[in-house]
Design a protein around this ligand. Structure first.
Ligand SMILES: O=C(O)CCC(=O)C(=O)O
Ligand SMILES: [Fe+2]
Length: 406
């Protein structure tokens, strides 16, 4: 059986860690799903590529043309591949609270967050939830299926009609007493932590952070979660997300979203620990749960007594956005994003039509929509067509963008 798109993409992410996942997906689509072609393309074997390109001239679609033109210069392919990551190209391991918090400016780490019994019942809840299922979604028109399972729990009376990542959620889980108890501890810990930090312009104030939704991810031995930043669309700019790890300990990697060769850090959150991804984290960093190396034998003392090699993750989210715009051109819901790639535009919050990225046929020729609006956060309505009113935020250590934009 051939690999799913998600599996192919996971392989490519491992082969080409310096590339954005979205860019790899673009290239994979433009190479008709062939990993071999992608490898040739990125490794700069242009004679082979020419052959492939001339074969494809017959099929020639707009998206393929654009994508290939981005990779037509050997220097762009080679520089991204060969740039060293950090000092020696390897992730830096962060084990303790002080190592994590001194290296990552938007993260705090809180071990032993729940009483032991509560942690164990939440772990069992995740492991035994029969309604948890792989995530199915469309990216650039390709159907992707995650290799970990997910369930969303909501404490809202209208929770059953909620949206997540642009899709109506089926089968929202009811709030149990354990979830309600855990929420009290999480809200208290997060609001206390917020009170000790600088408040960023678009974030909730200390004391006001509260939870409407808990996303539960269940990882087996073979599961992973690819590099991403969480979508801001419903949780807003400068979102604060609380992420609890339960059971078998898996790596949680983080790196800045720019430059492309940014240093990777590896955190090892233990059973019953909390990572708070503070305001600015989703804007400036991305994160993933990498695959466990296939051939690595797991030492007996790492196997969790209740979950074996499975891990449960609970992420607590505060839904702050309710008036999100729809696209003026096609009526599709829009996604809130922050530009970061080029330092000239970095910091601008934008509403982008989600159709091309998430709709089943959204990337087919003639179906693309490039609808865009500037975000005007904390205003009614939260969008504008006047660029001068666009909400913008730059990290205070982003000297490069500040200098260019002044
Ligand atoms: O499992 C984790 O630690 C991360 C989960 C996550 O990033 C997400 O659900 O968006
Ligand atoms: Fe995430």
């Amino acid at each position: 059986m051939s690999d799913t798109t998600e599996e192919k993409l996971a392989k490519l992410v491992t082969l080409f860690p310096d590339y954005e996942k979205e860019a790899l997906l673009d290239i994979l689509v433009s190479c008709n799903g062939s990993i071999r072609e992608v490898t040739l393309l990125i490794d700069g074997d242009y004679s082979k590529l020419k052959e492939i390109e001339s074969q494809r001239k017959r099929l020639k679609t707009k998206s393929q043309q654009t994508l290939l033109s981005c990779f037509s210069s050997p220097s762009s392919a080679i520089s991204a591949r060969t740039l060293p990551r950090g000092s020696n190209g390897k992730p830096i391991n962060l084990y303790t609270k002080s190592e994590i918090e001194s290296s990552l400016r938007y993260c705090t780490y809180h071990p032993n967050i729940f009483p032991d019994q509560l942690a164990d019942s939440l772990l069992k809840m995740g492991l035994e939830d029969d309604a948890a299922a792989p995530n199915e979604f469309y990216l650039f028109g390709n159907k992707c299926v995650s290799n970990h399972k997910t369930r969303i729990y909501s404490n809202q009376p209208n929770g059953s009609s909620m949206n997540y990542n642009g899709k109506k959620v089926k089968n929202v889980g009811a709030y149990t007493d354990e979830l309600a108890m855990a929420q009290v501890i999480i809200e208290e810990t997060v609001n206390t932590a917020l009170g000790k930090r600088k408040v960023l312009p678009f974030q909730v104030k200390p004391g006001d952070w509260n939870v409407q939704t808990v996303l539960c991810n269940i990882y087996g031995r073979e599961s992973n979660l690819d590099w991403h930043s969480d979508r801001l669309t419903h949780i807003g700019a400068h979102a604060v997300i609380a992420s609890v790890s339960l059971g078998f300990s898996r790596e949680f990697r983080v790196r800045k979203v720019y430059p492309t060769n940014s240093q990777v850090y590896s955190i090892h959150p233990s059973h019953n620990s909390l990572i708070i991804m503070h305001a600015g984290f989703q804007e400036e960093y991305k994160h993933c749960v990498p695959f466990l190396p296939k051939r690595r034998a797991i030492p007996a003392d790492e196997i969790h007594p209740l979950s074996g090699t499975s891990r449960v993750n609970l992420t607590y989210r505060n839904y702050t956005m309710s008036q999100n715009p729809t696209c003026e051109k096609c009526g599709y819901p829009m996604e809130l994003r922050r530009a970061f790639k080029d330092s000239k535009n970095r910091g601008k919050y934008l509403w982008q039509c989600a159709k091309s990225y998430t709709d089943q046929n959204g990337f087919k020729e003639g179906n693309e929509c490039r609808g865009m609006r500037f975000a005007r956060l904390n205003c009614d309505p939260p969008y504008t067509n006047d660029e001068r009113l666009c909400s913008t935020w730059l990290a205070d250590d982003d000297y490069e963008a500040k200098q260019i934009q002044q």
